[in-house]
Design a protein around this ligand. Structure first.
Ligand code: DC
Length: 227
């Protein structure tokens, strides 16, 4: 159980929300490492739901069946590895077909509801860095520090291109750009928990920043919050 908003001694959470490939995951894990905190990659849960939907041959348009898959998801996280029904799917869930399907099933409020408590259960002492789309607005509205991480779609497509290449996937930059634009629109315009900055979030534009500089910016905000 999380403690009520603003309560003394609540386990601190730093939320990092932003569009796809804005560097949230990398920044979140580096910040967590520096602070000795845990991480929640909430996008992985939507990706795992998408993969399970695909593996089970569930119709992605059938909201109730997709929500059931999300509720019954048998997943575990060990270090950087992600398991679905004991199978290591760390690489598979990063592929673009799964990302696109994740973005589609994430539109359903029933799916979001099914994943809500699972996400909140990651909040453990001494602290949590959670990245996604609605961490600051819906999942951890009482987080003491909320970051909204943005970057131009071109900078993000370049980064994703490099990442996928390094993992050995064959990719096309133009297709990536098109997919990313479509996903941005879908993630930002859906009725349930759309991608928006929380009113109390701090926006950081990482287009011209290195990973180290972005991590430092987040840590500086955290220090000044505590100070
Ligand atoms: O961050 P990501 O690219 O791994 O997320 C994959 C999809 O999951 C993304 O397009 C939208 C969805 N998602 C979401 O709706 N809410 C979150 N908190 C995280 C991800």
């Amino acid at each position: 159980m999380t403690k009520p908003e603003g309560s003394e001694g609540a386990v601190p959470v730093i939320t990092i929300d932003g569009p796809t490939a804005s560097g949230k995951g990398t920044i979140a894990s580096r910040v967590a490492q520096q602070l000795g905190w845990a991480t929640l990659d909430s996008g992985a849960l939507y990706r795992l739901t998408a993969l399970a939907v695909l593996q089970d041959g569930v119709n992605a348009e059938d909201v109730e069946s997709v929500a059931r898959v999300a509720r019954e998801l048998d997943v575990s996280f060990r270090g950087d590895a992600v398991y679905l029904r004991k199978e290591d799917v760390s690489l598979r869930i990063r592929q673009e077909d799964i990302g696109n399907l994740a973005s589609r099933v994430a539109v359903y409020p029933q799916v979001r509801e099914a994943l809500l408590e699972r996400q909140r259960a990651f909040r453990r002492s001494p602290g949590l860095v959670a990245d996604g789309r609605d961490m600051g607005t819906v999942v951890f509205p009482d987080a003491p520090l909320k970051i909204f991480l943005v970057a131009t779609v071109e900078a993000r497509a370049e980064r994703r291109y490099k990442q996928l290449k390094e993992k050995g996937f064959s990719v096309n930059l133009t297709d990536l750009l098109d997919d990313m634009r479509a996903r941005d629109i879908r993630d930002a315009s859906r009725a349930s928990a759309p991608l928006v900055a929380a009113p109390d979030a701090i926006t950081i534009d990482s287009s011209g920043l290195s990973i180290d500089q972005t991590v430092q910016a987040v840590l500086d905000h955290w220090s000044s919050r505590r100070g």
